[in-house]
Design a protein around this ligand. Structure first.
Ligand SMILES: Cc1cc2nc3c(=O)[nH]c(=O)nc-3n(C[C@H](O)[C@H](O)[C@H](O)COP(=O)(O)OP(=O)(O)OC[C@H]3O[C@@H](n4cnc5c(N)ncnc54)[C@H](O)[C@@H]3O)c2cc1C
Length: 409
C-alpha cells in the first residue's frame, strides 16, 4: 500500500483522510465523486476495519445489535484506498502521517490532508476516571461496559455521571433494557438544563417511568472502584460508573504543531482549512469552527456533515480552480432518544437556546431512529449516484503537488 503511494507520488495528487467516522467516510466518498482519478489518489486511514455508528454506542453497551459495515465494502469500487491502521503522528512540515498496525506501520505522504479523527472521553482531570469508569465513546469501551452490565445481578447499581445528551440517552437505555438494575443519573445543575421547561418536565416523567434516580446540583470529584465522591462529600456506591461528562479530542493535532484551540481542536478558516498549514483541512469533532450563529459549532453528527461538506467543497474548489461556496454551518437542535420508545426533539434558536416548543414521546423516538438510519445510509453509500462530474486538477495544483513531493522525497 505504502509502496504504491510512493510510486504514484510523482503523478497524482495524494489526498489522505484520517478517520472514517461520520465526517471522514462521508467526505472521502464525496471527494472521489468529484475529482478525477487521473489526477488524484485518495487514501483513508482508520483504526478499525468497520464503520462504527458511534452515536449508538450506548445501545451497543446494552447488548443491542448495531450494524457496522466493513469499510472495505463501503469503499469497494470507488477507487478509495483503505489503510486500517492507527494514526500516531502527523508532521505537517514534511507532509507525512505516521501510522501503527500489526505489520509494523509506516509513513504515508500527502499533498492534501483531511483530519477527522473524532473525539474521545474527557475526564476533566477527575482522579479515577481512567482507571475505574466505563464510557461509551468508542466500540471497545462500550463492549467493556456491556460485559460489566452482563455481570451485574438484580439491584446492581449503575451510576451515570453527566447529564449531557449522551448521559441522558445512556441512563434511559440502561434503565429500559435492564429494569433489574438500579440506574442513577448525576447532573451538575438542574436535570436537562439545556432543554425547554416542557422538555425538562418530559424528561423527569421519563426518569420516573423508567425508575431512574436523578441526583441534581452535584459535581463528582473522584471515582473509585466501587463508589464515587461528590464535592460536598456525598458518597455514591456504584457497581458500574459510566462517565459521560464530556468529550475531548485526540492530542495528535496539538502535538503536530497545527494551530489548535484550547480544546485541542484544529483552528480553521471558514472553508475548514487549517489557519497554520494551508494544505491541511479538518472536520467533525476535531475542528474548532464558528457556526453561522457566531458560536462554536458543537460536536455532533450534524456538525460533522456540515464541516465535512465544507471541507470537501474547499478541497475540490482549490484543486480544480473553481469558486468555493460557503456551505451552511448551522446547529438546528437536539434529538435525544429516551430508550427505544420515547424521545425528545428540541429545536434551538439562533443563539443556541432551546425554543419553548419541543416534541416528545414515540413520534420523537421514531424520528430520531430515522435520522440515525439516514446517517448510516449516507456514510455507507458514499458514491450514491456516481458519477458526478469528476473534475481534472488545474495545472497549478498538479505542479504544486509534484513540487511538494520532491521536497518530501
Ligand atoms: C454514545 C454517543 C451518542 C451520541 N449521540 C449523538 C446524537 O444523538 N446526535 C449527534 O449529533 N451526535 C451524537 N454523538 C456525537 C457524534 O457521535 C460525534 O459528534 C460524531 O461521531 C463526530 O464525527 P467524527 O467523524 O468527527 O468522529 P467519529 O465518528 O468518532 O469518527 C472518528 C473516526 O476516526 C477513527 N480514529 C480515531 N482515532 C484514530 C487514530 N488514532 N487512528 C486512526 N483512526 C482513528 C475512529 O475509529 C473513527 O472511525 C454521540 C456520541 C456518543 C459517543
Amino acid at each position: 500500500m505504502e509502496q504504491s503511494n510512493r510510486h504514484e507520488q510523482h503523478t497524482k495528487h495524494r489526498i489522505v483522510v484520517l478517520g472514517a467516522g461520520y465526517a471522514g467516510a462521508f467526505t472521502a466518498g464525496n471527494l472521489v465523486r468529484r475529482l478525477s482519478p487521473t489526477d488524484t489518489v485518495i487514501t483513508v486511514v482508520n483504526a478499525e476495519e468497520e464503520f462504527v455508528q458511534r452515536l449508538r454506542m450506548h445501545q451497543f453497551a446494552t447488548g443491542q445489535h448495531i450494524d457496522s459495515p466493513a469499510l472495505a465494502d463501503v469503499f469497494a469500487g470507488t477507487g478509495i484506498r483503505l489503510r486500517v491502521a492507527r494514526v500516531t503522528a502527523v508532521d505537517p512540515e514534511r507532509q507525512i502521517v505516521t501510522v501503527a498496525d500489526p505489520a509494523g506501520g509506516g509513513e504515508i505522504g500527502y499533498d492534501t490532508l483531511l483530519y477527522t479523527l473524532g473525539s474521545a472521553v474527557a475526564d476533566h482531570g477527575v482522579p479515577g476516571v481512567a482507571e475505574h469508569a466505563f464510557h461509551v465513546t468508542s466500540r471497545p469501551a462500550a463492549l467493556r461496559l456491556r460485559e460489566r452490565l452482563d455481570q451485574l445481578g438484580d439491584g446492581g447499581r449503575v451510576l451515570v455521571v453527566g447529564d449531557g445528551w449522551t448521559g441522558i440517552e445512556s441512563a434511559a437505555e440502561f434503565a429500559e433494557s435492564r429494569p433489574n438494575l438500579s440506574v442513577t443519573l448525576i447532573a451538575r445543575g438542574e436535570l436537562g438544563a439545556r432543554l425547554s421547561p416542557g422538555a425538562r418536565r418530559h424528561l423527569r416523567r421519563t426518569c420516573e417511568r423508567l425508575g431512574i434516580t436523578a441526583v441534581e446540583h452535584t459535581t463528582i470529584e473522584a471515582v473509585e472502584a466501587t463508589q464515587v465522591i461528590a464535592t460536598d462529600g456525598t458518597v455514591f456506591a456504584s457497581h458500574a460508573t459510566v462517565w459521560t461528562a464530556g468529550f475531548s479530542v485526540n492530542p495528535i493535532a496539538a502535538a503536530s504543531g497545527l494551530e489548535v484551540a484550547s480544546t485541542g481542536q484544529i483552528v480553521v478558516d471558514r472553508t475548514m482549512r487549517s489557519v497554520s498549514h494551508p494544505n491541511v483541512y479538518a472536520a467533525g469533532d476535531s475542528v474548532y469552527t464558528i457556526g453561522d450563529n457566531g458560536r462554536p459549532l458543537p460536536m455532533s453528527c450534524a456538525s460533522a456533515g456540515h464541516t465535512g461538506g465544507q471541507a470537501m467543497d474547499a478541497i475540490v474548489g482549490r484543486l480544480t480552480g473553481r469558486k468555493i461556496e460557503y456551505t451552511k454551518l448551522v446547529y438546528p437542535g437536539n434529538h435525544i432518544s429516551l430508550g427505544r420508545r420515547d424521545g425528545i426533539l428540541q429545536t434551538v434558536d439562533a443563539k443556541g437556546h432551546p425554543k419553548p416548543k419541543y416534541m416528545g414521546g414515540r413520534k420523537a423516538a421514531r424520528i430520531k431512529a430515522g435520522i440515525v438510519k439516514i446517517s448510516l445510509w449516507a456514510v455507507s453509500h458514499p458514491t450514491f449516484g456516481m458519477p458526478k462530474r469528476q473534475r481534472r486538477l488545474t495545472a497549478a495544483a498538479i505542479a504544486s503537488s509534484r513540487d511538494d513531493d520532491r521536497a518530501a522525497a
